[in-house]
Design a protein around this ligand. Structure first.
Ligand SMILES: Nc1nc2c(c(=O)[nH]1)N[C@H]1C(S)=C(S)[C@@H](COP(=O)(O)OP(=O)(O)OC[C@H]3O[C@@H](n4cnc5c(=O)[nH]c(N)nc54)[C@H](O)[C@@H]3O)O[C@H]1N2
Ligand SMILES: Nc1nc2c(c(=O)[nH]1)N[C@H]1C(S)=C(S)[C@@H](COP(=O)(O)OP(=O)(O)OC[C@H]3O[C@@H](n4cnc5c(=O)[nH]c(N)nc54)[C@H](O)[C@@H]3O)O[C@H]1N2
Ligand code: SF4
Ligand SMILES: [Mo]
Length: 712
């Protein structure tokens, strides 16, 4: 028997981007484990990805191209050959492109975070074709915009420093589930005497392990940050030297913060005045003692109308107290901009048809946009959709509209997938894609500072092909002659980072492939001496760019679209706020079909506070219907004070067809976008909950009739 160990990378949309070691025996991957030598992975993979071989060799893997034979959504397909599949796709796309290529839309996100299997060959293909552009907003753009206005770019505290902090605010994140290797550092900090504070409306797995938990109302974080500023300034817990040298607009900020006394903040956030003051004092007094205070700002707080402003306000805090002076101080939102990704070379926007001003479709509004007719304002109707690295029918908001759009008989849909997902059920053609064990890739990360290499451990299973190869074959069928359409995956990986930039000066693909990972060259404390990538070079409490973009140039509070306080009329009918953050054993909708992991999660649940449950005669274990004007879904109630009163929590993202009613939480979420960054508002939702009598359990889980009520 020949056994080898192959260096690989976890491809999933997770900040940890772990280094994996794959054991291969006679061409079969028998196990994956975390690389013990990689400093952030430290030998540990999460439960889900420890089962990566189970996923790769799963009996349900798509291994051959398929053509739909039943109605859209029915999931009935027959096997076809690659030639037939490519011919059908090329002829349909050519015909549509001959009229207007912008009637074609790629739809992709982060099924793999790899720079090669993500947007390289696919980007080139759609640029050359002149297809509509997709604004990939579904996750992080609101916070990215707010952080960018304030600090210039998504650069922050290195995860490898957090164990040295004395206070860590875990703000809108649940790292035990979603950022495990950060949590390891936070726990080490706690062992060394740090205080961990969770700021989260829900007592998540993480919140229950922190010494303090501030359970504010969803969507009110910007107000809490203003309250902290108010107390810091009122008590003079300010690093005046840092503020004078490295910030812009302190006097204006001071006037604004004066409008946010703890009493007002407490009322907006639904917490006590003492909680606001104590949090500010813990943060400010620790910093004034010269100790490191750190913030891990995450995604939970961005998924509301004012999500961009919330992140902006939080990003102001470290500069006020001079926390950036310390390598373990500051804030980490995302490390993305630390990596000099070479988008031009990867995606070749220069291939666009000359003179074309491409339209951009926001991926969040895919429901509405698939249902739009051609118009001067919108442009051509969407006639073809090519989906890869994403499962929009499960993950995009306001599902009823998304499914209506995908069900359009005159829409030509191609889905590149590992599995027959909810989205693949609506495809005309399904193409089998390789998993991370079967292809080459290179990764940047958003949670640490290592460039990462993924070697192919095994040959592609069945007739599966890497995304790159599929777009290479399609480009050939479409007659695209540019040399870049023949680039190998290794050739693409080799140009992924710009090694003329100082942080990636040592980048060399052939070396990285062997070593597996290499740290960027970055200072330990990125903003100890200022150097922010803003127009002023300072941390901008006052942002002229925000003013120019029609936003308040100072930190502000923007109330949710849907909350009891901001929308009392709606709240009369739908009095409960609903959030649907990630379940620990799923990765967005990935892994839901892995039985061992689904069994651990059980079934879709809804956590509801005892008072709210009692008012509706709901007991633990009852099936409940969650609904608003947009739709409804069912879940099993868990009566628990983990959810603060007025809030219900449905951990997500379930495959619809594996839920008893063929639906999931996105039935009730909305397509409205955030204040900046055009991001999603998944956690800005009012619902009502009622006991469900009997639930229709379809044997297949398929929801063939989108209009059918979920209850009988
Ligand atoms: N196991 C697992 N890990 C994942 C994922 C997964 O699906 N499963 N998904 C990955 C992806 S794509 C992402 S973007 C990240 C997301 O991971 P996180 O950044 O951790 O974000 P969320 O899980 O959306 O929310 C985290 C916490 O925010 C809380 N929250 C909700 N609304 C608010 C609010 O208004 N204010 C505050 N302060 N808190 C709020 C929720 O209750 C939740 O406990 O995780 C990644 N990692
Ligand atoms: N209600 C609610 N909705 C949410 C969220 C929430 O918290 N609540 N979170 C939102 C967030 S943060 C995000 S990031 C999005 C995530 O949305 P998506 O990025 O769509 O994530 P997944 O659902 O995991 O779907 C990824 C798909 O890509 C496939 N895939 C993986 N690797 C490859 C590959 O190499 N090639 C091809 N062709 N396919 C591959 C996987 O099999 C999987 O089906 O969901 C959003 N939706
Ligand atoms: S999902 Fe995250 S924690 Fe799990 S192995 Fe992948 S990168 Fe690591
Ligand atoms: Mo995400």
């Amino acid at each position: 028997m020949t056994t080898s160990i192959v260096r690989a990378v976890c491809p999933h949309d997770c900040p940890d981007t772990c280094a994996m070691l794959v054991t291969v025996e006679d061409g079969v991957a028998t196990s994956v484990r975390g690389d013990p030598e990689h400093p952030t992975t430290a030998g540990v993979l999460c439960t889900k990805v420890s089962r990566y071989t189970e996923r790769t060799y799963h009996a349900d893997r798509l291994l051959y191209p398929r053509k739909r034979v039943g109605p859209k959504g029915s999931g009935r397909f027959v096997r076809i050959g690659w030639d037939e599949a490519l011919d059908i796709i090329a002829s349909r796309l050519s015909a549509i492109a001959a009229v207007d290529p912008q009637a074609i839309l790629p739809y992709s996100y982060a099924g793999t975070m790899g720079l090669v299997q993500g947007e390289s060959m696919a980007g080139r293909f759609f640029n050359k074709l002149g297809a509509s552009l997709l604004d990939r907003t579904i996750c992080s753009t609101a916070g990215g915009a707010g952080y960018g206005y304030t600090l210039g770019s998504r650069v922050g505290t290195d995860v490898e420093q957090f164990q040295n902090a004395k206070v860590i605010l875990i703000w809108g994140g649940n790292p035990i589930a979603s950022n495990l290797h950060f949590w390891t550092r936070a726990q080490e900090a706690k062992r060394r005497g740090a205080i961990l504070v969770a700021i989260d409306p829900y007592r998540s797995l993480t919140a229950e392990k922190c010494q303090q938990h501030v359970a504010l109302l969803p969507g009110t974080d910007a107000a809490l940050a203003l309250g902290i500023m108010h107390v810091l300034i009122a008590r003079d817990l300010i690093d005046h030297d840092y503020v004078a040298r490295h910030t812009l607009g302190f006097d204006a900020l001071k006037a604004r913060a004066a409008e946010w006394p703890p009493q007002r903040v407490a009322q907006v956030c639904g917490i006590s005045e003492a909680e606001v003051v104590d949090l500010a004092l813990l943060y400010g007094e620790t910093a004034m003692r010269g100790e490191a205070v750190a913030i891990r700002a995450n995604y939970g707080l961005q998924r509301v109308r004012g999500g961009g402003m919330a992140v902006r306000n939080i990003a102001c805090l470290p500069a006020l107290v001079g926390a950036w002076r310390h390598p373990a101080g500051g804030v980490q939102l995302s490390a993305s901009d630390s990596f000099p990704k070479n988008f031009q070379a990867l995606q070749r926007p220069d291939l666009r048809p000359a003179g074309q001003k491409p339209r951009t479709i926001n991926m969040i509004t895919i429901g509405d946009d698939l249902l739009r007719q051609a118009s001067a304002e919108f442009g051509p109707r969407i006639d073809a959709l090519i989906v890869y690295n994403s499962n929009p029918v499960a993950v995009a908001p306001e599902s009823t509209k998304v499914m209506q759009g995908f069900a359009r008989e005159d829409l030509f849909t191609v889905v590149l997938e590992h599995f027959q997902t909810d989205t693949a059920d609506y495809a005309d053609i399904v193409l089998p894609a390789t998993t991370q064990l079967e292809h080459v890739d290179i990764h940047a990360t958003y949670g640490h500072l290592y460039m990462m290499a993924n070697n192919a451990a095994i040959a592609p299973l069945g007739e599966a092909r890497p995304n790159t190869e599929i777009f290479r074959m399609l480009a050939a069928r479409m007659g695209f002659g540019e040399a870049c359409f023949a680039d190998s995956d290794d050739a693409i990986a080799a140009i992924a980072f710009d090694n003329t930039r100082p942080q990636a000066i040592h980048f060399d693909w052939t070396i990285l492939k062997q070593k597996g990972w290499q740290k960027l060259v970055m200072p330990d404390a990125p903003f100890a001496n200022g150097g922010f990538a803003t127009p002023s070079g300072k941390c901008e409490f006052y942002s002229a760019r925000m003013a120019a973009d029609g936003l308040d140039p100072l930190p502000d509070y923007i109330a949710p679209y849907e909350s009891v306080a901001s929308n009392p009329v709606l709240a009369e009918r739908y009095p409960l706020a609903m959030i649907s953050p990630p379940a620990r054993n799923f990765l967005n909708s990935t892994f839901v079909n892995i039985q061992s992991l689904r069994q651990t999660e059980g079934e879709p649940h809804l956590d509801i506070h005892p008072a709210d449950a009692a008012a509706r005669a709901i007991g633990s274990g009852d099936m409940v219907r969650i609904f608003n004007d947009r739709g409804s879904f069912v879940a099993r109630a868990r009566v628990t004070d983990r959810a603060r009163s007025g809030l219900v929590v449905g951990l997500s993202i379930w495959w619809k067809k594996l839920a008893s009613d063929g639906r999931n939480a996105n039935e009730v979420t909305s397509q409205r976008i955030t204040d900046m960054g055009a991001g999603p508002t998944y956690y800005d939702v009012l619902v009502e909950v009622e006991k469900a009598a009997v639930v229709t359990v379809t044997p297949t889980g398929h929801r063939n009739d989108p209009g059918a009520p979920s209850l009988t």
